[in-house]
Design a binder for this molecule. Structure first.
Ligand SMILES: Nc1ncnc2c1ncn2[C@@H]1O[C@H](COP(=O)(O)OP(=O)(O)OP(=O)(O)O)[C@@H](O)[C@H]1O
Ligand SMILES: Cc1ncc(CO)c(N)n1
Length: 263
């Protein structure tokens, strides 16, 4: 049986991040990808030109359609835009019997806001407690927990601060630090450092969405959280290495890097 994985996220018209990155990742990792669209962005390699949220009823209805009939073995959340949507999605995933990977998307690589400042409280008190794994980047850690990380050593305190909000595991992504691409996974007792060489490639649009979807795909296949994260890190590292130019700005990672035989 092919496991079913659901992404609850925003659409990136440029195809590099959001729902599009999630579904491509799921295909590449051999699971059946499904989507609940929370917002539509007009987006390309240069930035986000516009964003429109869907009504809460539309998000709830999509979620119920998928979960009640088809069923899910894992859920991933990404851009949730507003406090209202964060609260609704937190309630939906808390009521679903499947692991949830929560990527608390705050701003795009270009610095465009994808979450209202007024939604941060709901992220802290409703969304994070429903997460099996939360995957903040360093900007999101600063926004959510008020902890600034400027070195690998400081990632441990950041992880502890995020765990206070109640996710079972946290993966602090150190992609924005100089040097190796180092992430820290911990549940407060076990600690796993994931280290990969930094690829000197500016085409990294969608790394965070890709990593979170890859973790959800692994969990849906029955992997443990540490196993799923190790495999997801290998996948995203290869995708960053193969990232390619598109448009005039930051191009996407290559979700199909493991299948390329013709280029
Ligand atoms: N240049 C790079 N080379 C190798 N790995 C990278 C590079 N940049 C980021 N990564 C890895 O990609 C993953 C995602 O981390 P990152 O901090 O970029 O997430 P993000 O900021 O949420 O991404 P985005 O907002 O673009 O989706 C992490 O495992 C990180 O270590
Ligand atoms: C829709 C969407 N979700 C997430 C990200 C993460 O950067 C993005 N750029 N766009």
């Amino acid at each position: 049986m092919i496991p079913n994985v659901l992404t609850v996220a925003g659409s990136d018209s440029g195809g590099g991040a959001g729902i599009q990155a999630d579904l491509k990742t799921m295909l590449a990792l051999g699971v059946h990808g499904m989507s609940v669209v929370t917002a539509v962005t007009a987006q390309n390699s240069l930035g986000v030109q516009g964003a429109w949220e869907l009504p809460v009823e539309a998000v709830r209805a999509q979620y119920r359609s998928v979960v009640d009939d088809i069923g899910v073995q894992a859920v991933k959340t990404g851009m949730l835009a507003s406090a209202e949507l964060v609260e609704a999605v937190a309630e939906l995933i808390a009521g679903t019997n499947a692991p949830a990977v929560v990527d608390p998307v705050g701003v795009s690589k270009h610095g465009d806001a994808l979450l209202a400042a007024s939604a941060l409280d709901a992220v802290r008190t409703k969304l994070l407690p429903a997460a099996t794994v939360a995957t903040p980047n360093l900007d999101e850690v600063a926004q959510i927990a008020g902890v600034r990380v400027e070195s690998e050593r400081e990632m441990r305190a950041a992880a502890a601060a995020v765990l206070e909000y109640g996710p079972r595991w946290v993966l602090i992504k150190g992609g924005h630090l100089p040097g190796d691409a180092v992430d820290l996974l911990t549940d407060g007792s076990e600690e796993h450092w994931l280290r990969a060489p930094r690829h000197d490639n500016r085409h990294t649009h969608g790394t965070g969405c890709t990593l979170a979807s890859a973790i959800a795909s692994g969990l849906a296949k029955g992997r443990s959280v540490p196993e799923a994260v190790v495999e997801a890190k290998e996948y995203v590292t290869g995708a960053v290495a193969a990232g390619f130019a598109l448009g005039g700005g930051i191009g996407p990672v290559d979700h199909g890097w493991r299948f390329r035989t013709d280029v």
